[in-house]
Write a protein that binds this ligand. Structure first.
Ligand code: GTP
Ligand code: MG
Ligand code: ZN
Length: 298
């Protein structure tokens, strides 16, 4: 290998001003070229980049290639799939958060999937039905049975996926279940080490043995839920895929599906064709978006 070479790679992690970039031959510890800060660009895990690599394993991040998508929370770029993880209990699922995360994925054209954890603790069927009926792939897992993750593992092959959801739902445990070599710190381990909850600190892309990457991300606390990225109210109905068959069937064009009479969406909810909890999340997100001042949009 040459002493200095231009290479393309993938940012696996960023910590304290260093970027860990995987190229065809190694992982380089890189610093960003000064210009990024001036341009107001923050390199993200998942970014495709070019670096000048040095023989000592360090490098300089030169350029970020165009992104297919990027999320604010979790801060990650170029996802194929966002796995929204919810435990059936402990903690109880926060359906509004779940639906918001799904909508954020839809808005960014990232495929959302729903993963229900802790199936050893309670019945998962009601929750499963809501999301299968809405049209999402749903996976049910428990860390008491490694085989329960087999279908999910197969689905994730070759994709870049981030796990997101409330703190304590079992994201890190699930990564360990999918591939013990990924070895993530879980609530259990953190208890042993005497640390508090909120065990996962930064976004790291972990290579899957069969190809693709998984990102473990820090869980949401109740406070963070307010601070998720906003979705424009006029884009929102496109982020609820089960609403689509009813478009154009409301009495009023431009129907917001919140309070208008003769609304096809509201009728579908009454008829049980659309889950009430999904519709309630839509209404909550809609009023949240409506109250937002233009300068609060990012
Ligand atoms: N009974 C049961 N407990 C589980 C299961 N999966 C995870 N847990 C437990 O739930 C707790 C939280 O698990 P973590 O994997 O650390 O959760 P996390 O989502 O990564 O949490 P953060 O990193 O804080 O966002 C731990 O005590 C796990 O042992 C499961 O399938 N069944
Ligand atoms: Mg974790
Ligand atoms: Zn309507």
């Amino acid at each position: 290998m040459m002493a200095v070479a231009q290479q393309s790679g993938l940012i696996l992690q960023s910590i304290g001003g260093f970027y860990y970039v995987e190229t065809a031959d190694a992982v380089y510890e890189c610093k960003a070229r000064g210009a990024f800060r001036k341009e107001g660009v923050t390199p993200l895990s998942g970014d495709r980049v070019t670096i000048t690599a040095q023989a000592d394993g360090t490098g300089i991040l030169q350029e970020i290639l165009p992104r297919r998508n990027a999320l604010v929370r979790p801060p990650v770029a170029n996802l194929d799939c966002l796995a929204i993880v919810a435990s059936v209990t402990e903690p109880k699922p926060n359906l509004q958060l779940l639906d918001k995360l799904i909508a954020i994925a839809e808005d960014a054209a990232i495929e959302p999937i729903v993963v229900i954890t802790k199936s050893d603790l309670d019945e998962t069927e009601a929750l499963e039905t809501v999301y299968r009926t809405a049209g999402f792939p749903v996976f049910v897992v428990t860390n008491t049975d490694a085989a329960s993750a087999a279908a999910l593992t197969a689905f994730l092959q070759g994709k870049i996926t981030a796990f997101t959801g409330n703190s304590g739902v079992g994201k890190s445990s699930l990564l360990n279940l999918i591939d013990p070599a990924l070895c993530r710190e879980t609530g259990e381990i953190s208890k042993k080490l005497g640390r508090g909850r909120h065990t996962t600190r930064s976004v790291v892309l972990l290579p899957l043995s069969g190809g693709g990457y998984l990102a473990d991300t820090p869980g949401f606390s109740a406070l963070d839920i307010e601070r998720t990225q906003p979705i424009d109210k006029d884009a929102l109905f496109n982020c609820f895929r089960e609403f689509e068959p009813y478009f154009g069937k409301c009495r009023f064009t431009g129907c917001s599906h919140v309070h208008e009479p003769d609304c096809a969406i509201q009728k579908a909810v009454e008829a049980g064709e659309i889950a009430l909890s999904r519709y309630e999340s839509y209404v909550a997100l809609y009023s949240e978006a409506k109250e937002r001042k233009p300068w609060e949009n990012t």
